[in-house]
Design a protein around this ligand. Structure first.
Ligand SMILES: [Zn+2]
Length: 64
C-alpha cells in the first residue's frame, strides 16, 4: 500500500508543476501578471503589479 501512496503523491506533484486545477470550475489556473492602477491619497496613480492565478472563476474580473 505504501508504494501506491508514493505513486499517487508523485502523480499529484507532476500535475502541480503544470498548473493547479481549480476545484470549482476544473480549469487549470494560469499564472498571469495583473496590473492594477491604485490612487494614492496624494491624488496620483501608481501601478500595483501582482501575479495572480487565473481560472474561469476570476478571468472576467482580471481581464475586464
Ligand atoms: Zn475556477
Amino acid at each position: 500500500m505504501a508504494k501506491q501512496t508514493d505513486f499517487a503523491e508523485k502523480a499529484k506533484k507532476g500535475m502541480q508543476e503544470k498548473g493547479v486545477k481549480c476545484p470549482k470550475c476544473g480549469t487549470v489556473k494560469v499564472p498571469t501578471l495583473y496590473v492594477q492602477s491604485v490612487r494614492t491619497p496624494h491624488g496620483t496613480y501608481r501601478f500595483n503589479r501582482s501575479r495572480v492565478q487565473v481560472c474561469k472563476c476570476n478571468e472576467k474580473m482580471i481581464f475586464a
